[in-house]
Design a protein around this ligand. Structure first.
Ligand code: ARG
Length: 281
């Protein structure tokens, strides 16, 4: 693995990851999941450790949720879907599919035990940071994916319940390709000004509106299908699944360093590096 670039700032990114103790594919709720294709669980465990080390080397501080009692929730490893966090408040997911609804209990417990207040809504489908990405350090702008997993009503509810004394802006982005069912599978802000994305995952109106908000650099379809946008940005390092060389070159031109890790086992569940992480601080 290439040596990460050291960040000029000393702001440490704090990230939550769930240990993949019970990770497997035993149901199908997205086009990537086929329960007849076996997951190599031992390999998944090693890939998860490698991802965690890569993020730590890049300068992130990782908190680990131990999935005690969660043997019926193989997707709990996708911590991105737990919630969207602002300050010490977590707006919890309300999962779209029955198979994942029970995960809320474990994430809620972790947040409460770790000093966070939890809010949310039991009527409105919302899948956490899988569908909600901050584009700014001060968390003043939130891009939300809407459609497959998250209900448009979540946009106002998240804005209301996370605003505290400092309101922020929420942008709804309509997802239209079933392969890219969460916004973090097709859009990744690198900083306040620029993001990489796969434009065709969004409807025309969203494409237009997003271009007005942030500079967008497209990844090709091959890399998009290889989860190039499902990347974790830590300082100037971008940790992602291996094999997206063209996107790697694009990132280098933008002054970022791609760090490739093998996420093959998680991709069998429709998730990659970013899906296994949740931005806390
Ligand atoms: N199997 C999981 C699901 O379909 C994968 C979740 C991926 N998470 C993400 N943040 N994109 O719900």
């Amino acid at each position: 693995m290439a040596a990460p670039l050291k960040s000029a700032t000393n702001a440490v990114k704090k990230i939550l990851m769930t240990r993949p103790t019970y990770f497997t594919v035993k149901y199908s709720i997205n086009p990537w999941m086929d329960p007849s294709v076996p997951v190599n669980e031992e390999k998944a465990g090693k890939q998860w450790e490698t991802l965690k080390s890569a993020l730590e080397s890049a300068g992130a501080a990782i908190e680990v949720l131990e999935p005690n009692g969660a043997e019926n929730f193989p997707d709990l490893v996708f911590a991105a879907n737990a919630a969207v966090v602002r300050g010490k408040r977590a707006y919890l997911a309300n999962f779209h599919y029955a198979e994942r609804k029970g995960e809320k209990f474990f994430f809620d417990r972790w947040f409460k035990e770790n000093g966070y207040e939890t809010v949310g809504d039991d009527e409105i489908a919302f899948e956490g940071a899988g569908d909600a990405l901050w584009a700014q350090k001060n968390r003043s702008k939130l891009f939300c994916g809407v459609g497959p997993r998250t209900d448009a009503r979540a946009l106002d509810d998240v804005a209301k319940k996370l605003k505290n004394d400092e309101p922020f802006t929420v942008f709804g982005c309509q997802l239209v390709d079933p392969r890219f069912y969460h916004i973090d599978t097709c859009f990744c802000p690198l900083n306040e000004e620029v993001a990489i994305w796969y434009p065709k995952a969004f409807d025309q109106v969203s494409q237009h509106n997003m271009k007005n908000e942030i500079e967008l650099v497209a990844v090709n379809e091959k890399d998009a299908k290889n989860f190039a946008c499902n990347a974790v940005v830590v300082g100037k390092n971008v940790v992602m699944n291996q094999g997206s060389d063209e996107t790697g070159k694009t990132l280098e031109k933008l002054g970022y360093k791609p760090i490739f890790v093998d996420m093959s086992e998680f991709i069998k569940s429709g998730g990659s590096a970013k899906c296994c992480t949740l931005l806390l601080e």
